[in-house]
Design a protein. Sequence first.
Lengths: 486, 315
Amino acid sequence: MRHIYLIARREYLSYVATIGFWVSLAMIPIFLLLGMALPALMDRASGIKNFTVIDPDGRYERAIEQSFIADRAEHILEFIDALILVEGETEVLLAAKTAAEENRSEAEIRSILGTERSIALATKRESFNKVPPPASTIEALRPFLLEEQTIDTVRGPEPLHAAVFIYPDVDGIVQIEYWSANISERRLQNKIRQAVRDQMQKDEFSRSGVELSLVEEISNLKPVIISLSPEKAADDAAVTAEDRMPFIISIVFAFVLWSVVFSVANMLLTSVIEEKSNKIIDSLLSAAPLRSILMGKLLGVAMVSFTLLAGWVLAGLISTIAAGSVLDTGGAGKIASIVAAAGDPWLIIPFFGYFIFGYLMFGSIFLALGSLCETLQEAQTLMSPMIFLMMVPMFALGFAMQDPESPVLAVLSWIPLFTPYIMMARLPTDPPMIEIIGTTFVMVATTAIVLLGAGKVFQAGAMHQAGADYFKNMASKLLPKKQKKK
Amino acid sequence: MKNSVLSLLNVSKRFGGKPAVRNLDLQVEPHSITGFLGPNGAGKSTSIRMGLGILTPDSGEVLLFGKPPNYRALDRVGFLPEERGLYRKMSVVAVIVHFARLKGMKAAAAKSRALSLLEQFGLKDAAYKKVRELSKGMAQKVQIISAIAHKPEFVILDEPFSGLDPVNQQNLEDIIRELAASGTTVLFSTHVMEHAERLCDRIVLLSRGRKIFDGSVTQALATIPNSVIIETDTADNPAKIFDNLSNSVSSLPSQSSNSYRWSVDLNKDVDVQDILRSSVANNLALRGFEPAKRHLHEVFVQLVAKDEQIAKGAK
């Protein structure tokens, strides 16, 4: 035990006691945070984009205005729904929701919500703001669009992002000139086109004698899909976001599992290559049994992976909390359901079980292969088939995101090298118990065989100086020799 | 044999069908310095690895402290492998402590011992440097310290002098003498005979995996004939004068124009005094008479050459 502990300790500290390890670990929440909050941050950082519409007729301008008002109303409703998710269906929130559904003014809704929530609502601002045209010709507007001149807004002087000229044609075809120095921004263009299109259609219906109220009624027709689960009680069978969360979490867990195993298995490979190339292995062998060296290394790097996992979990929590506060109130509600799903023992316990076996299988294989090589270049030849094998569950997980109950995944689950990742992703689909027990048994048995085999290869590599041609030599011994021609 | 620190009893080992060690018997007695000599590929490192239990012999028996090698016994052994290496990213003191702890030392004691040895070896200032920052000689010293930090009773040094400059070679010789003086048994392998001649109580010579000599340095030197260098006035080869005493007389480069130098190899049991007496009896005008000093190097060359001739003959 002393040897195993000391070798594991050295192995662990060789990674964890480096600044690089902690820097890379600290980078994870930063990247996660950026990934989750970047769109909102970018939107906020870019500020409100002012645009103006020059429409001699005025109908299309009003249609555009209405479209933005409708968007705002929808966003207010979303905001109230998010508050209900976090705070529950309180009297105030239900009253505010009713007001929003009745398209009452934002000021009225704010007064119902109270000061604190109103401030939060105010921060949930729109990306675009329609302003009166500072000039009516493009020549006169050009300095504003090129930011040589600013327009006056309630927030102070600001640049003009776009100017929209609408020219109705005699044949009913409307031409829109969209002037902007920012040629990559497409959202505003699309929004204006949609609003004008809707107005054009209304005009056409009107010309054809169709009642506008009827058109609106028809265009508002849409089916209501209610997702229901037969596994739930009939009176509460609706599938909620919370119900879907375990599927998402299990896929995330499977990806994390794969990433950790792949990262740390590579650590084992490089560590043993370093020991072989630095000729440390003989010193170790004269001090500790081969079995202890093997176990010590596996244990030490397993500890590294637990540190990595703990770091990732912490980073994930910090990131989601931080991202939630950056995004909006609804974020907190989502976080609550994520944390609840991720903390489910029926996912956590299998996660650690699958980690242990996945790690032991791949870790011991990488360790054995490393013992046959003195350089990473040498290792690459032996590693290629393993890399291909490791990529299979990665692709399968992509597939599992679309259809976790696919029979292809059920088949792949029985391949022990893939079992930890695929089964992890499939667990919330309630696979048959025989599959869970059967795949687990095959995986455990394979792990034992792989460990024994890896021990033999490690012995050949470390003790007998076997090289990268070990498997070729073994194959030539096992295969029948060709008879020499006389 | 029962008291031997290490016993290799009729051990053999083959690699890929080729014999690396053949029927080797080797005993390392307590408190001795034993030189394990032989040309490259003679089987020295393989024998040492079998002695430590790193390799299992195909046949024969290995006893370390009277028992087959086990990790309790190996805690009493310090080993400097031929192909040396240290963890390059670790600090010097951490490496030494790590290996000492693997050999059963407590952490605090190992650190204290490491620092004390580093001071003794003149590496006090390098204690907290990374191994990769050390020069080759310094790294070699750290490796030696790692092998002896846990105060082993038996130290095995595989080619300890290779890669060391003359100053560090001398330092290492001193270290080996100090270890032996403190009661540690030392076995070291080398193919540089000077070190063995200066240090060893006993030498074991290996060639082609077989033991071709086992005995003291004096016994080894006795296996080659005495020789004497004489200087004469005449250019005539004095071989006929020493007919019964010498097996060969060869000319050596002269140091002056009116004198001639000869190397006279003596027959077995012939003393240099016999040559002097015969010279006087035969009125040989001697201008110089210098008994040549025998070295282990010649013993090595002669015994290995003889063994290789036998091998060629057998083919």
